[in-house]
Design a protein around this ligand. Structure first.
Ligand SMILES: [Mg+2]
Length: 165
């Protein structure tokens, strides 16, 4: 059986709106579009400790997809990671941002257990409407402040309670 997945969003999670302690300014230009980011070099170690201690696997779950490995990972102390495929949302307005991400994550995960660090406000409701999912925990993140040690502790407790590796 596959290990539990730890799904990691970028904007609003690793890259908050407000600069907190330990954050530095970076620029990223995936596909020639320039983004200005706040990133925290301590995030990588926190997340790697989490997956090592719980026998889980860390993946990107972000519109950054594989671009996160070039522009985000090295700046927060993460190695190259696989990613959940999250293509651009259809332009016809048929999905909100949270609905689209929840739908793609649900299709990818199936019955595999997962923890998801995500800031999109309507994602919890959208995820609750998905069927056929295995055990999962959404850890909602305030995009103003981003990921904290408290969020990682919540994930750790849940993963430990799953029986672990
Ligand atoms: Mg986000």
């Amino acid at each position: 059986m596959e290990p539990p997945a730890v799904l990691l969003d970028v904007d609003g999670v690793l890259n908050p709106l407000k600069r907190g302690k330990g954050y530095r300014r970076f620029t990223a230009t995936p596909e020639a579009v320039t983004y200005r980011l706040w990133l925290n070099g301590a995030h990588g170690a926190m997340l790697l400790d989490l997956v090592e201690a719980t026998g889980s696997e860390l993946l990107w779950a972000s519109y950054w997809c594989g671009h996160a490995n070039g522009w985000i990972g090295p700046r927060v102390g993460l190695p190259s990671l696989p990613h959940v495929p999250i293509p651009r949302r259809p332009a016809d307005g048929s999905f909100s941002l949270g609905e689209w991400k929840a739908d793609r994550v649900a299709r990818w995960a199936g019955e595999r257990p997962f923890v998801w660090f995500e800031d999109e406000p309507d994602v919890a409701e959208a995820l609750a409407r998905e069927s056929g999912l295995g055990p999962h925990l959404l850890v909602p993140i305030d995009p103003v402040f981003g990921l904290t040690a408290d969020h990682v502790a919540i994930a750790r407790e849940w993963l430990d309670a799953q029986g672990g590796a």
